[in-house]
Design a protein around this ligand. Structure first.
Ligand code: ATP
Ligand code: MG
Length: 498
């Protein structure tokens, strides 16, 4: 039996009427990479944030290496050897990268009450170098970094303190393949030093390969813990949802039916970043997939199509000749966009679920200059029910939803507004398997009703499972086109990606 590194006993946590954790017992041993899995809102982030000193429990006890452990803050937890990479953005945008890495610990780099910028920057560069991210400039303002690099800054910060316990909350979806390698290297390092890792992800395949043991949470209860030899996809899924998942995950037709008419045309589209000479037609009733490595240009393409970034060469035009020159033209012309960068672009954290959901549909809801309250409620109710948004009421601020439930609100926004063209960038990011299935069904229904969908994704299975046609981008250029077919495999597509 391996040595217990950290244990929690009978932890309870209530948020108003919501029970986030109920009498939770959890043990992390040395040398373990301990997976935590469960549906959106099951309590994973709440449990780990209590362990990391971000918030306190209502009751219960924790022990680290046999000693009572009750951190009052993140810095105290770090000093006691527990570090966490949070699910949301864990760095402050307006300060330097180096300042984020040593937040609360600047004293180490100060003399006579003054912080030495030089010493701070040098230590931060060292921290970044240690995890293999030495290319990130330690002296840059943090907001200048892309979301991936900001996550790597958090990793560097966590690893620099040489923690005994590293908690990684739903981080992989924010990283490209290269970034993932750095994350997995850090996990391996922890394991080889006989320390402990708690790893949260909705990607079951990833968990089964990275973790040595896995615990399943459902609605704030621990359902069970499986060792590596007990890992079994269907067992884990039914433990998560409390029933067998049945029915088709993706769509099952292969006729590739679509409208005759091209509703959007990209011609020689070239962006300031990454996208180069991309041309294609999108048809009504078509799901057009775009895949490739995360840094291959797919996300930049989505921004160009919706007019958030402007093209330096080429154009995006609609069937009636309208030129999409900016995002407001896109919205006026019944286009919708789900951004991969959720908390900063896709959602208003300080607004209610209702206000977020109705935002793109307001023009439809207005009657004689007044917003029809009943219709707003009906629309929001529909989004909450069809996506099973776990919330206290539609008036709850989205800030207080779990990560996956925020994502459901982002998706739900576009269901009611009768968009004719939807650009979806990683729409199922961070949502659990059950809800993913509902999202696929909703996408398919939209297609059948004539909506044209651009589906941008880093998950090949999802692209192959849902697209009528699939383009692969490599270094910003189209490097392969695939038609929908039951014979199409991930291997076929990977060739075009690398
Ligand atoms: N600050 C808060 N205020 C109110 N409710 C909260 C707060 N934080 C979490 N909750 C609620 O507690 C429950 C558990 O949320 P938690 O974030 O732990 O879920 P999760 O398992 O991490 O989900 P996900 O996979 O979506 O990230 C959810 O119902 C959530 O809405
Ligand atoms: Mg979470």
């Amino acid at each position: 039996m391996s040595e217990v590194l950290l244990s929690v006993h009978k932890i309870n946590k209530q948020f108003g009427p919501t029970t986030a954790l109920r009498d939770v017992d959890f043990t992390l041993c040395r040398g373990e990479v301990h997976g935590l899995i469960g549906e959106n809102g099951s309590g994973k982030s709440t449990l780990t944030s209590i362990i990391a000193g971000i918030r306190g429990a209502d009751s219960g006890e924790m022990f680290k290496e046999g000693n009572p452990y009750k951190p009052a803050s993140v810095v105290e937890a770090q000093n006691l050897g527990v570090a966490m990479i949070v699910q949301e953005m864990g760095t402050a945008p307006d300060i330097l990268v180096a300042e984020n890495i040593f937040l609360g610990k600047e004293k180490r780099y100060s003399r006579f009450g003054l912080v030495s910028k030089k010493a701070l920057n040098k230590a931060a560069a060292d921290a970044l170098g240690k995890i293999g991210a030495g290319a990130i400039p330690a002296g840059a303002p943090t907001f200048k970094l892309n979301p991936e690099d900001r996550k790597l800054v958090e990793l560097a910060k966590a690893m620099y303190e040489e923690p005994d316990v590293l908690i990684i909350d739903e981080t992989t979806t924010a990283l490209s393949n290269d970034g993932r390698k750095l994350l997995y290297n850090a996990v391996e390092k922890m394991q080889s030093e006989d320390k402990g890792v708690i790893f949260i992800s909705h990607d079951l395949e990833e968990l089964m390969s990275v973790c040595t043991i896995m615990t399943v949470l459902r609605d704030g209860d621990i359902i069970g813990t499986l060792t590596k030899d007990e890992f079994d996809e269907s067992v884990i899924k039914s433990m998560m949802v409390g029933r067998e998942l049945t029915g088709n995950y993706y769509r099952n037709d292969y006729d590739g039916v679509r409208g005759e008419e091209a509703v959007l045309r990209a011609e020689h589209l070239t962006g300031a970043e990454m996208v180069e000479d991309v041309s294609f037609e999108l048809h009504a009733g078509e799901i057009l997939g775009f895949g490739g490595l995360a840094n291959g240009g797919i996300h930049e393409l989505g921004r160009l199509l919706f007019g958030i970034d402007s093209a330096i060469v080429g154009s995006v035009t609609l069937a009636d000749g309208t030129h999409i020159k900016d995002a407001s033209t896109a919205v006026k012309n019944h286009m919708g966009y789900v951004s991969k960068n959720r908390d900063e672009e896709a959602i208003m954290l300080n607004a209610s679920i209702r206000n977020n959901v109705v935002l793109p549909s307001l023009s439809k809801l207005v009657k004689g200059g007044l917003v029809a309250g009943g219709r707003e409620k009906a629309l929001t109710d529909k989004a909450i029910c069809s996506l099973e948004v776990k919330c206290q009421s539609m008036e709850q601020l989205t800030r207080y939803l779990s990560g996956g439930n925020k994502q459901k609100v982002v998706f739900g926004k576009w269901l009611g507004n009768d968009s004719e063209i939807l650009i979806l960038d990683c729409p199922t990011r961070g949502v659990d398997v059950g809800v993913k299935q509902s999202m696929y069904r909703l996408m398919y229904d939209l297609k059948l009703s004539g909506c044209a969908i651009v589906l941008i994704s880093e998950e090949l299975a999802e692209l192959i499972g849902m697209s009528d046609r699939l383009y692969i981008l490599k270094n910003g250029k189209i490097n392969g086109e695939f038609a929908r077919s039951p014979e199409l495999t991930e291997q076929d597509v990977i060739h075009a990606m690398i």
